[in-house]
Design a protein around this ligand. Structure first.
Ligand code: S3P
Length: 256
C-alpha cells in the first residue's frame, strides 16, 4: 500500500491524527520532525536557531527521501514541507492528506506551546501572511482535503478511514467541510444555551416570565437587517434556536 502523508499548518493535528490512523490501520507511524530530531540530535527548533531555515529545509527533504524509501507508513510531515518544491515530486506516489484548519483554530494551540520556532520569529501579521500563503501550497500538494475545525482527532481519523475504505468522490471534501461547520454551529448552540441558563436564573430571581412579549419580533427584525441570508432562512434558524432556548429556560425554572 502507498504511504499516507499528512500535511497542513503546524497545530492542525498531523501527529495526533497520524498516530490514530496508524493504530487503526496497523501501519507504522513516522513523524518527520521526530525522525529529524533523532538523526540530527537536535530539535527542529534548535536546527532553525543554529543553521537557519534553508539548511533545515534541506535536512527535511533528505529525511523525507529516506522515510519514503519504505511503504505502508502513516507519515506526519512538518508544516513547512511544502516550502521546498522538490518535495512535491517526492510525494507524488503517496496519498497526501491536507488537514485544513482555520487560523482561529490554530493560533490558540500554538500560543500554548513554546516549542514552535516559526511562531517565535514572526509578528502576528507576518505569521498570518505565512498561514495564508501556505494554504494554497498545501492544496497543490494534496490528493485529498479534510477539514478539522470543531472535530476531535478521533472524528477526523474516522472520517479519513471511511473514505480510504469506501472510496471517495468530489463530494468527500465538501462533506468534510460541511461536517466541520455543523460541529462549530453546535458548539455555538452549546454556548448559547449556557448563557440561557443564566438568563433563566435571572428571570426567576426577578419574577420575570420565560417568554417576553415582543422580544422575538424585535430580534427577528434586527437579524433580518444584519444578516445576508434571506429572511425566511434567518427565521427558520432563529425560530429553532428560540424554541430550544425557551424549552431550556423552562427546564431551568422547573429545576430539571
Ligand atoms: C515548521 C513546522 C514544524 C517544524 C518546523 C517548521 C513549519 O512542524 O517542522 O518547526 O515551517 O511550519 P509542525 O507542523 O509539526 O509543527
Amino acid at each position: 500500500m502507498t504511504n499516507i502523508v499528512l500535511i497542513g499548518f503546524m497545530g492542525a493535528g498531523k501527529s495526533t491524527i497520524g498516530r490514530l490512523l496508524a493504530d487503526q490501520l496497523q501501519r507504522s507511524f513516522v513523524d518527520v520532525d521526530d525522525f529529524l530530531t533523532q538523526k540530527q540530535g537536535q530539535t527542529p527548533s534548535d536546527i532553525f536557531a543554529t543553521v537557519g531555515e534553508s539548511a533545515f529545509r534541506e535536512m527535511e527533504h533528505d529525511a523525507l527521501v529516506e522515510i519514503l524509501a519504505n511503504d505502508d507508513q502513516i507519515i506526519a510531515s512538518g508544516g513547512g514541507i511544502v516550502e521546498n518544491p522538490a518535495n512535491q515530486a517526492l510525494l507524488s506516489g503517496a496519498e497526501v492528506i491536507f488537514l485544513t484548519a482555520e487560523f482561529a483554530t490554530i493560533l490558540p494551540r500554538l500560543l500554548a506551546d513554546d516549542t514552535r520556532p516559526l511562531l517565535q520569529r514572526h509578528t502576528t501579521q507576518s505569521f498570518y501572511a505565512l498561514f495564508t500563503a501556505r494554504q494554497a501550497k498545501y492544496a497543490a500538494f494534496a490528493t485529498q482535503q479534510v477539514w478539522v475545525d470543531g472535530k476531535t482527532p478521533a472524528r477526523v481519523a474516522a472520517e479519513i478511514l471511511t473514505w480510504l475504505q469506501d472510496g471517495r468522490t468530489d463530494l468527500t471534501a465538501l462533506r468534510s467541510q460541511i461536517d466541520s461547520y455543523d460541529r462549530q454551529i453546535l458548539a455555538l448552540v452549546e454556548k448559547r444555551l449556557a448563557v440561557a441558563t443564566k438568563v433563566a436564573q435571572y428571570k426567576q430571581a426577578h419574577g420575570l416570565a420565560v417568554v417576553q412579549a415582543g422580544r422575538m419580533a424585535t430580534l427577528k427584525a434586527a437579524l433580518h437587517a444584519d444578516s445576508a441570508l434571506p429572511d425566511a432562512v434567518v427565521d427558520t434558524v432563529i425560530e429553532t434556536l428560540f424554541a430550544l432556548t425557551i424549552a431550556h429556560e423552562e427546564d431551568v425554572h422547573d429545576g430539571i
